[in-house]
Design a protein around this ligand. Structure first.
Ligand SMILES: [Zn+2]
Length: 228
């Protein structure tokens, strides 16, 4: 770079061109253009990054809450109690986002833990025990029984609460039960690629769908003396 810069101030290009035919004014101009272009790209790039950040923030808001439930005005992100939250610029309403409650049940069939391989996101292609979102007004253990019926075709009875599982920055709170099979036939639905039973020592620990899946299975394994 410095060699080309010095060549710019030569009284004539001819000696330089004679000695270094590859250094010519066009090359210098081309270099200058390239340098300016790269600066432009960097400058433009920094705005692209900022715009992308704004779009992602706006998408996050869109996916959660877009309009004020009191007055219908579009919500904007504002810092409230140390967090960016969707707020109404007109009436001041703050849309506090609630966690989603899911319930699941771990059962065994012929000595194996019943798991299904998810055919939907999130956790596509990963293993999980039957479970899903609790409907408003539905008792959580009823939801776990319903999910087992829907997802793996089994009628189950809830026996024990294994735990209420949640992790930082994850919106879903999982209430996990242990249960027993009282009927039905093991069969998946459109949400699963496969349903299978795993001997406790064969549970696919590294291929589980969610942190909470792993945590619940560990509690279950602990209680059944089957820790990996
Ligand atoms: Zn409002």
């Amino acid at each position: 770079m410095s060699v080309i810069g010095e060549l710019c101030f030569l009284p004539s290009w001819e000696p330089a061109r004679a000695r270094f035919p590859f250094f010519c004014p066009n090359l210098v101009r081309a270099f200058s253009l390239t340098r300016n272009a790269s600066r432009c790209i960097l400058w433009f790039g920094s705005y692209v990054v900022k715009i992308e950040w704004l779009i992602s923030l706006s998408n996050r808001l869109k996916s959660e809450a877009r309009f004020c439930e009191r007055c219908g005005v579009a919500l904007v992100a504002r810092a409230v109690e140390g967090k960016d939250r969707p707020c109404c610029p007109a009436c001041g309403f703050v849309a506090y986002l609630d966690p989603k409650v899911a319930a699941g049940v771990i059962v065994t069939l012929d000595g194996g833990v019943v798991l299904l391989k998810r055919n939907i996101e999130p956790g596509f292609g990963k293993w999980v025990f039957p479970g899903g979102y609790v409907d408003a007004g539905e008792p959580t253990e009823v939801a776990a029984v319903r999910e087992a019926r829907e997802e793996v075709g089994l009628e189950v009875e809830v026996e024990d609460l294994l735990g209420v599982l949640s992790i930082e920055a994850e919106r879903v709170v999982l209430i996990a039960y242990a249960g027993r099979v009282i009927g039905g036939t093991l069969a998946g639905n459109f949400e699963s690629q496969a349903v299978a039973t795993f001997a406790p020592e064969d549970i696919p620990w590294d291929d589980l769908a969610f942190h909470t899946t792993k945590a619940a299975l560990k509690i279950w394994a602990c209680r059944h003396g089957a820790m990996p």
